[in-house]
Design a protein. Structure first.
Length: 426
């Protein structure tokens, strides 16, 4: 083989590879890793709120923000390089996790009736969520096409949990539901006697969830039969975390509870200065949770984020924000991330509670942060979903590099072809 032909054989594969990158839609150029995913509210079926992903702790570096048309209560789910986030504008958005570009959106009902406070749960290529329009939805995660919906008797703010081919979710109609994940057929429902905003944790064939009738329930995941219930002193909107045969949950009676997962017996409780609607995160032997303190006019005032010993309930530290903390903490890389009614997103030291950084949005941050791939994602009442972290160029091949490289290779290929043609003429 002559030299020009050897050059051509070498350059053509490179040209084809680079051309294939250019031909991809922008949202598919980016690499993704399932090891850093955050597929549902509070990360997993045990609702630990803990991720092994290392997030950016040095500064609140804003990577991107995406603006919806209304407030965001829900927490982002991040899977395979995509962010799934509902908004009160009646839409669920699918965004590129690296750039924030919209891939698709699905509209339920416009207006307040279509508001979506439920976070998305991802499982086996589908996403599940509930809405103010009383429906539980299943969509294709890749396209946003609706697979099925089931209409309950009232608003669905509870975040679904998907386990073993079943979807578990609560409704304001007072029921906890179990659906077939593929068809949406109702398998069973359990009447809790009060509206259910709490999001179920599913562990070892049991469903754990709270209700506004002051109770924490443990149900059989297959039949929906009650195994036990524990009565607190006020409504339970907090969602349980289940770790090591213990259930950790908050109540508006100002307590954080640790219950025996097998029988509901009280192991310990810790009394805070305010309501505990925040869902506890549990990591490395500690419990992290927020509180809501109200003044005489029912306005949220300075409230604390707590770190408790998971075994004893003893307080390790508390950090005081400038408003209530309805957001549920996320823990990653030795840091705690949480939102506040004071419009701030906080990063705290998990061991000492020291403030590492804050970022001020233009609205309340009731959304619970999610951490995936070294990035912190969270929504705000200012209509935005935010991504904080350290830019990672290795996650993507920028188009400003791809296109010039393709142009250069194309020129070289043309020159090589011209040389071959010229050589053959001689």
């Amino acid at each position: 083989m002559k030299k020009p032909e050897r050059i051509l054989v070498f350059l053509i594969p490179i040209f084809l590879i680079l051309f294939s990158f250019c031909a991809m839609p922008p949202n598919l150029i980016f690499a993704s890793s399932s090891s850093g995913d955050w597929p549902m509210f509070h990360h997993d079926l045990t609702h630990t709120g803990y991720s092994t992903s290392t997030a950016s702790e040095i500064s609140a570096t804003l990577l991107w923000n995406y603006t919806t048309r209304s407030v965001i209560w829900a927490s982002p789910a991040i899977v395979d390089g995509r962010v799934y986030i509902p908004s009160d504008d009646g839409n669920v958005y699918c965004l590129n996790a690296v750039t924030g570009d919209k891939i698709w959106n699905y509209t339920t009902v416009r207006g307040r009736q279509g508001a979506i406070g439920s976070s998305v749960a991802f499982a086996d290529g589908y996403i599940y969520f509930g809405g103010y329009d009383r429906n539980v939805y299943c969509l294709s995660a890749s396209t946003g096409d609706k697979i099925w919906n089931y209409t309950t008797g009232n608003t669905v703010e509870s975040c679904p949990a998907v386990a073993g081919g079943y979807v578990y979710v609560g409704s304001w109609d007072g029921n906890i539901y179990c659906f077939d994940a593929l068809t949406g057929d109702k398998i069973w429902n359990y009447s809790a006697g009060g509206l259910v905003e709490s999001s179920p944790a599913v562990v070892d064939g049991h469903v754990y969830v709270g209700s506004t009738n002051n109770n924490v329930y443990c149900l059989d995941a297959l039949t929906g039969e009650s195994i036990w219930n524990y009565t607190t002193g006020n409504i339970v909107q907090s969602s349980p975390a289940v770790v090591g045969n213990r259930v950790y949950i908050g109540s508006e009676d100002n307590n954080v509870y640790c219950l025996d997962a097998s029988n509901g017996g009280l192991i310990w409780n810790y009394t805070t200065q305010g309501w505990v609607d925040s869902s506890p995160a549990v990591a490395n032997g500690y419990v992290y949770v927020g509180s809501l303190v109200l003044d005489a006019n029912q306005n949220y005032i300075a409230s604390d984020v707590y770190c408790l010993d998971a075994s004893t309930g003893a307080k390790i530290w508390n950090y005081t924000t400038h408003g209530g903390v309805n957001s549920s903490p996320a823990v990653a890389g030795g840091f705690v991330y949480v939102g506040g009614w004071d419009n701030n997103v906080y990063c705290l030291s998990a061991s000492a509670g020291a403030e590492i950084w804050t970022y001020t949005t233009q609205g309340h941050v009731n959304s619970s942060p999610s951490v995936a791939g070294g990035v912190v994602y969270v929504g705000s009442w200012d209509h935005n979903v935010y991504a904080f972290g350290t830019p990672q160029p290795s996650q993507a091949i920028p188009t400003e590099i791809i296109y010039p490289a393709v142009a250069i290779i194309a020129v070289l290929v043309i020159i090589a072809m011209m040389l071959i043609i010229r050589k053959r003429k001689h």
